[in-house]
Each structure stands twice: as structure tokens, then as C-alpha cells.
Design a protein around this ligand. Structure first.
Ligand SMILES: NC(=O)CC[C@H](N)C(=O)O
Length: 393
């Protein structure tokens, strides 16, 4: 295990935003260049889960926590098989990892996975800039690339694709279907469409007796219906994932097929945005998004406030104060973010479907919202009971 490089061994590096603002610092992780959308995460812990969350594909993540890498990386906190962030920005890397679960240093992992990063820059100033001007494209240039004129580098950044309009599910989804078995007795079988799924999500379902069939994003309705044999799936789940929900027309059509058949549906994050679209709402890009593990969300049914994990740059445009009439009946906004009133959850009142914009799988994050997984099993149980009654009647 090599220790994180002392600053005198680091290479010069520069971070350049699309509006021309530049921050000079030192290389961190792999040396090279990278571009992506600049976003900031306010999580004080959980950097390994952030780095390996496929929703961060094509995003350069700025950590507002000033000291990163303290607990190294381990085998258990991977949310997928690799790091997905396009780049990583930290104020000060930890000089050494110190945690009983650590298997190696974060910087070694970043370097081995070719993730270009920058450290020793003023991440507070950068975060304030992004809050004021909004999320924008960014480049990190380290080693020889850092010597090029900033104007040239800013042009490289402006030539990179934007996040608005990006369809990215195909780049992160599983190539082949796989099954996560139920723990204990199997009570339900669920088809989970992988738009960038995090490993914790099927785990939390499995703990509740759900056998989870994770399917590629290109899955057809027939493939969904084939899950669970002759009975079909007890429920369908759409995962979190990267990219602009406005581009996901095929997935929205698939979801409508699910809603038409009244199969219980649960969606997280990207899945919430796609339920919104399937119901006829629009989606839009937030100025700088929500990313962190301490965001207050109001459950409007109970009046309770949950402290929750977020990672989204887009949101659903649904009216907060009235129920909406949709092709699938009445729909209400079930959850809102108390920081900015952004829609954080949708509930169909006449169809077995609901979703949340935030992350009840909480990897990393508080477990306040774990009840949403129980709601899925209740919904499936209710629907199965109804079917039995109808068959008996
Ligand atoms: N974590 C997610 O599922 C993110 C959804 C979507 N890509 C967004 O940024 O809003």
C-alpha cells in the first residue's frame, strides 16, 4: 500500500470551468485530463459510495468536505463494480487511510481506475461559484496538460457534451440480467430495470423477501412480464441513473406498459423522474441540484421530516398544492425538499405506483426513508390479495 502522495511529489493541475474561471492546484489520482459536468456533494462521509454510484457517470464531483480519503476504500462499500465519476475534486487528501475496513488508499484506487482528480484548490470558492452560476461543464488538466493556456482549455470544456439532453442509461446498465435472491423465504419476485442501479437497492429488497431480477435498460415489456414465470412479476422497479430524464422515451413507454397492467411500481431518483414523465409531467434541470446525505424532506402524509441522501440534477415539474388528474388517475406530490420545495416523491392515488427522487437505499446516508421499501412489499401484498379475491369471486 503506497501512501497518498505528499504535495511536493504532485504534478501541477488546473481546473477550468466553461465560463473561463480557473483554479490551480495539484494532481490527485491519475494524471491526465477529463471533462464532465461540475457538481458538488455536501456529504461529510460516503465518498466511496459516491464514486461508485453509476448516477455520477460523466460528472466531476467536488467534495465540500475539506478532508477526503481518511477511511481509504474497502470491499463492502462499492455501489457498483467500478468508479463512475468523470473526475474528483478535493481540498485536502488524507495523508493515510485509517479504518479497520480499509483495504487500500483512495488515491491508489483512483489512479488504478484512471480517474483524474485535482486537490489543494479552494473547494468552498468553487462550490459558491457553482451555486451562484449553476452547474456547468468543467475540465481537470493535470501534468503537462496543465501548462496550456486557460482560454484553450476553456474551449476544450465548452466543446464537451452537456448533461442536458444526455441519454446515458445504455452506458451504465448491466449487459446481462442477473438475480439477487431473497434472504429467507421468497415472498415476492420483482423486475428491476437497471438504469444505473446501486448495489444496496436490491440488497434492501432481498432483506424483505424479494427476489430481484435485475434487467438491462433495453428490456422489453415481454421480458419484464416473463419474470416470475407464469404468474409474472409481483412488482416492477426502476432504478436511479445518470443523464437527462427527458431523453428516456423508450423507458417511459415501458413504464406506461407496466402502469397499464396495474403491476405495483416503485421508482427511485431517475425512476421517479420517469414515473413523472409516464404520468404526463415534465422534467427540468435544477440550477445546481441536490447532492449529499443530509437533505431535509417532508413526507406530506405524516408531516414527518426525514433526513435523506440525494443525488439529482433534474426534477419533476408537478403542482405541489393540488392533486393532478393524469391518464392513470389522481396523483399527488408525496414528498418535498424543505430547502427549495423541489418535488421529492410522487404517489398515484388510483394506481399501485409511487416513487421518490431521493435515496431511501441510503448508501451512504441516514436510514430515515427505509420505510419506502416496506411500502413496496405492502403494495405488492395488497395487489396479490386483490387478485386472489377477484379469482375467488
Ligand atoms: N441519481 C439519479 O438517479 C439521478 C437522476 C438524474 N440523472 C438526475 O441527475 O437528476
Amino acid at each position: 500500500m503506497t501512501l497518498t502522495l505528499p504535495s511536493h511529489q504532485r504534478q501541477p493541475a488546473v481546473l477550468v470551468l466553461e465560463d473561463g474561471r480557473a483554479f490551480r492546484g495539484s494532481s490527485y489520482g491519475a494524471v491526465g485530463e477529463t471533462v464532465g459536468e461540475a457538481v458538488f456533494s455536501t456529504g461529510m462521509t460516503g465518498y466511496q459510495e459516491t464514486l461508485t454510484d453509476p448516477s455520477y457517470h460523466r460528472q466531476v464531483v467536488v467534495m465540500t468536505a475539506p478532508h477526503v480519503g481518511n477511511t481509504g476504500v474497502n470491499r463492502d462499500d462499492m455501489e457498483s463494480s467500478r468508479i463512475w465519476v468523470a473526475g474528483f475534486v478535493v481540498r485536502e487528501p488524507a495523508i493515510r487511510s485509517s479504518n479497520w475496513r480499509a483495504t487500500r488508499d483512495l488515491e491508489d484506487e483512483l489512479r488504478d481506475q484512471g480517474v483524474v482528480g485535482i486537490c489543494e484548490i479552494d473547494t468552498r470558492a468553487l462550490t459558491r461559484h457553482l451555486r451562484e452560476r449553476g452547474a456547468m461543464r468543467v475540465g481537470i488538466f493535470t501534468g503537462p496538460a496543465a501548462q496550456r493556456p486557460v482560454d484553450d482549455l476553456a474551449q476544450v470544456v465548452r466543446d464537451a457534451p452537456k448533461m442536458a439532453g444526455a441519454a446515458l442509461a445504455a452506458e451504465v446498465t448491466t449487459a446481462e440480467p442477473y438475480v439477487v435472491p431473497a434472504q429467507g423465504e421468497r415472498r415476492f419476485t420483482v423486475a428491476a430495470v437497471d438504469l444505473g442501479i446501486k448495489a444496496m437497492t436490491p440488497q434492501l429488497m432481498a432483506q424483505r423477501g424479494i427476489e430481484v431480477h435485475v434487467l438491462p435498460s433495453t428490456t422489453t415489456i415481454d421480458e419484464v412480464l416473463a419474470v416470475g414465470g407464469d404468474r409474472g412479476p409481483d412488482g416492477v422497479f426502476f432504478s436511479n441513473g445518470p443523464g437527462d430524464p427527458a431523453t428516456a422515451d423508450r423507458e417511459v413507454e415501458l413504464l406506461r406498459e407496466v402502469l397499464d397492467r396495474r403491476i405495483p411500481f416503485f421508482g427511485i431518483c431517475f425512476g421517479n423522474q420517469l414515473l413523472g414523465r409516464a404520468l404526463g409531467f415534465g422534467t427540468y434541470k435544477l440550477k445546481y441540484g441536490h447532492r449529499g446525505i443530509n437533505q431535509p424532506v417532508l413526507d406530506r402524509a405524516t408531516g414527518k421530516v426525514e433526513v435523506t441522501a440525494h443525488n439529482h440534477g433534474f426534477a419533476v415539474a408537478a403542482p405541489l398544492d393540488t392533486e393532478s388528474e393524469t391518464p392513470y388517475g389522481r396523483v399527488r406530490v408525496s414528498h418535498v425538499c424543505l430547502n427549495d420545495d423541489v418535488v421529492e416523491g410522487l404517489e398515484c392515488l388510483d394506481a399501485p405506483a409511487y416513487s421518490v427522487q431521493y435515496h431511501p437505499e441510503a448508501a451512504a446516508g441516514p436510514h430515515d426513508a427505509a420505510y419506502l421499501f416496506d411500502r413496496f412489499t405492502h403494495l405488492m401484498q395488497e395487489q396479490n390479495d386483490k387478485k386472489k379475491q377477484e379469482a375467488g369471486a
